[in-house]
Design a protein around this ligand. Structure first.
Ligand code: ADP
Ligand code: ZN
Length: 755
């Protein structure tokens, strides 16, 4: 006799304790459970219901089966099962990011498509997290009998349905009510079926394809890339093009070719604020078989779009990081636009990099993967330079437009001249000139809030978040201090130091303060502030950018979300405020981020017929990174940066892995980090051929976050299977350690310093 047995991984495991558990498949669930099935299992001593995913199914000899084998409680229907492709991505995430199985499962399917445990009829059962939104669809299946004489509305309904099936909603807008339809169904003239609600999120964007004539350089880029769509092999390329060179136009042509070949395309963008522009272009060029996946959709919208993709009804998917898991079949092209952006890296488990998942998918599907940027990551450019990726370049702006002229404003001189403001006199002058000429300006200030620090004038202490070791920021509209990490809020605004009772003085400039300053200095200017606080509302990004595009505003002031991808013809002035603190940031990617941010924001100016100019306010105008960014000298920057990476041993010359330890008790956290380091060193000693340097343990730069202490080990290693196996053994040992308090462990291969 054999028993059908499922091997599952359960929800709510920890990374150092995420095993397979065996369960008997009861008779009523036989033929309903496959690898990839979502199931509900009795877990632990109390047999509490827990969600799990099946990873293998086997017939086991009764004699060989584990004793007291428990049976599955329930299984989700087949349509909820992870497809073999998604299951392979789950395995990939588990292997590469050291997450738990179930964390990986939750990453690849949207919330709305997931299941939860409920009790039904006294038994543990599973239920959809979201009820699927469905609607009635009517199809003409007979003819109206002549007697009794049909009414005008019945005739109208039949006429409307002659062209094809319509939904109840569509018929209702045509003035045909549900009772009329019901009657017609009874007569056998119509049949009604229920189907997933469709929703055209972009109905308002007209289908309006414009013929695209590529410039000579764009054509060369296209010609170099297009053959790789059709040869049945996976390919990866870097499209390196200066800002305004028309990378998007090359994407459109590549997508067109992909669709011609009967394949599908996935376009990743780094931020929601950039999706509306991309969607507009794609929808007007390719029509409605377009789906989106990003976090500004509500759960229902997201689920419906996901089902549309899953059912094969979308040819193009646009979205942010998690869209890399979109269940497209027959994927031919993956584009990662602005590939240098850190938003492609997930900062919670699974801590994956969309780059890596995109590479995996391109390999699975024999697709062409195109990374695109004016300022690629140093690692990406290195891979292109050394022949791992195909390198395709666009060196000129479309239409031969010059890059903006860049000038520096020395803020030390401003201070000496007695200007206490954040916006320099020269910047104000230039903004005025633009106002008079009816041209638009973009100002970048990467700090939100009003005042950025409150400091005691007596003891010199900075007001910090009680849960996180970072200064709190004053937000004027709320009259409150807020922590930008955990959201902790202090109201009313403290005037006295909580430590010594001294007077608190607020200083430092955030976007809210600069907005106020600009209103004083330029009372006629229409100013649009765009930051995390002003874009909380649904579709806020889209609305704001559309308003700016229609020139309802003169100045767009904002955080990094105004720096990238935007294409507005009337923008001729770009101003950079308060960049210096980023230059002296920690982490080995600090220079690369500043170079990229400044280059990108400068590139927003002078993109159409009007020439652009840019002004950078700084106390260090001679800083080489700013100078290189001003010259848009990517090659020169790369040469310096790659030398630094090699000399200091940083990626791409090694993998950089941070192992974080967090917990409520500082001593326990420090001890855990130390023990883990020792365990890892023991294993490493047995494999002297594996390159590995262990640095630390040390407290993280933000030593406390959300009330938890944080320590880290930094590893410089080679991220291959042998190293990952070693790390896994250290995690197993750590799980077996008898420590008084076990700190939580986090493994991150994407960070450049802290978690
Ligand atoms: P990038 O993404 O490289 O910064 P875009 O793709 O946004 O540049 O192109 C910059 C501007 O030039 C856009 O307004 C775009 O419509 C225009 N453009 C680029 N190439 C062409 C082309 N071949 N025909 C018409 N307009 C083009
Ligand atoms: Zn906090």
């Amino acid at each position: 006799m054999t028993l059908p047995v499922a091997q599952v991984a359960v929800d709510q495991a920890t990374i150092h304790f995420d095993k397979f558990y065996s369960y008997r498949i009861p008779a009523e669930l036989q033929d309903h459970v496959w690898p990839g099935s979502m199931v509900l299992v009795p877990f632990g001593r109390g047999d509490h219901a827990r969600m799990a995913v099946v990873l293998a199914v086997a017939e086991v000899e009764e004699a060989d089966a584990p004793p007291r084998l428990k049976a599955l409680y329930d299984a989700a229907p087949e349509q909820a099962r992870l497809t073999p492709d998604l299951l392979e991505l789950v395995r990939f995430l588990k292997d590469r990011t050291f997450c738990t199985w179930f964390e990986a499962v939750k990453a690849v399917i949207p919330y709305g498509a997931q299941y939860m445990a409920v009790t039904a009829g006294g038994k543990p059962r599973m239920k959809n997290r979201l009820q699927r939104a469905t609607e009635w669809v009517y199809t003409l299946t007979g003819e109206l009998p002549a007697k009794p004489k049909p009414g005008p509305r019945q005739l109208a309904a039949v006429e409307a349905l002659r062209v094809g099936p319509l939904t109840g909603r569509q018929l209702e807008t045509a003035g045909i009510s549900k009772p009329t339809l019901d009657t017609l169904c009874q007569k056998g003239v119509l049949t009604a079926t229920r189907q997933d609600k469709t929703l055209d999120l972009f109905a308002a964007i007209p289908f309006d394809p414009q013929p695209l004539a590529l410039s000579a350089e764009q054509q060369q880029a296209y010609d170099a890339l297009a053959p790789n769509l059709a040869d049945g092999q996976p390919h990866a390329a870097l499209l390196h093009g200066v800002t305004g060179s028309g990378k998007t136009v090359v994407f459109l042509k590549l997508i067109e070719r992909t669709l011609e070949l009967g394949r599908k395309a996935l376009v990743l963008v780094p931020e929601i604020s950039l999706t509306p522009q991309m969607i507009r272009r794609l929808k007007s060029t390719f029509g409605s078989r377009l789906a989106v996946q990003h976090s500004a959709l509500n759960n229902t919208e997201r689920l419906l779009q996901w089902r549309m993709i899953q059912q094969g009804n979308a040819d193009i998917v646009v979205g942010t990081r998690s869209a890399v898991f979109a269940p497209l079949q027959n994927l031919g092209l993956i584009i990662v636009d602005e590939e240098q952006e850190h938003t492609y890296q997930s900062e919670s488990a699974p801590r994956y990099d969309a780059h890596d998942v995109a590479k995996k998918r391109a390999a699975m599907e024999n697709a062409l993967l195109v990374f695109a940027s004016a300022t690629p990551r140093t690692e990406t450019y290195h891979a292109a330079k050394t022949g791992k990726y195909q390198l395709v370049t666009l060196t000129r702006r479309y239409g031969g437009r010059p890059l903006p002229n860049v000038d520096f404003i020395d803020m030390r001189a401003e201070l000496t001249a007695g200007n206490p403001r954040e916006v320099s006199a020269r910047m104000v002058q230039e903004l005025k000139t633009n106002l008079q000429n009816g041209e638009q300006s973009i100002l970048l200030l990467n700090r939100r809030g009003y005042h950025t620090v409150g400091m005691c004038t007596a003891c010199g202490q900075v007001l910090k978040c009680p849960n996180c070791s970072v200064p709190m920021v004053y937000h004027k509209p709320q009259q409150a201090l807020m922590c930008h990490h955990c959201g902790h809020t202090v109201r009313p605004l403290p005037q006295l130091c909580p430590a010594c009772g001294g007077q608190v003085r607020y200083s430092g400039f955030g976007t809210q303060r600069v907005e106020e300053e600009l209103h004083e200095l330029l009372p006629d200017a229409r100013i649009l502030r765009m930051d995390q606080d002003s874009t909380g509302q649904k579709n806020a990004h889209e609305t704001m950018l559309a308003q700016f595009g229609r020139q309802e505003y003169d100045i767009l002031l904002g955080t990094q979300m105004v720096a990238k991808g935007l294409d507005f013809e009337k923008v001729t002035l770009v101003g950079v405020l308060g960049i210096d603190s980023l230059l002296f940031g920690q982490g080995f990617r600090a220079y690369e981020s500043v170079f990229s941010l400044v280059t990108q924001v400068i590139g927003r100016g002078g993109r159409a017929s009007l020439p652009g100019r840019a002004l950078i306010q700084t106390a260090v105008p001679n800083h080489p990174v700013l100078q290189l960014a001003a010259a848009q000298g990517y090659e020169d920057f790369y040469r310096e940066e790659i030398a630094f990476r090699k000399y200091g041993l940083y990626p791409p010359f090694c993998a950089f892995c941070v192992i974080g330890f967090t917990g409520a008790q500082e001593g326990a956290v420090a001890l855990a980090a130390q023990r883990f380091g020792a365990l890892l060193a023991q294993h490493a000693a047995q494999h002297p051929q594996l390159p590995l340097r262990i640095l630390g343990p040390a407290p993280m730069a933000i030593a406390m976050l959300n009330g938890k202490y944080r320590y880290k080990l930094t590893l410089k290693c080679r991220n291959d299977a042998a190293f990952r196996a070693l790390l896994r053994r250290a995690l197993d040992d750590y799980a077996a350690e008898k420590l008084p308090q076990k700190a939580a462990v986090i493994v991150d291969f994407n960070t450049d310093g802290d978690l």
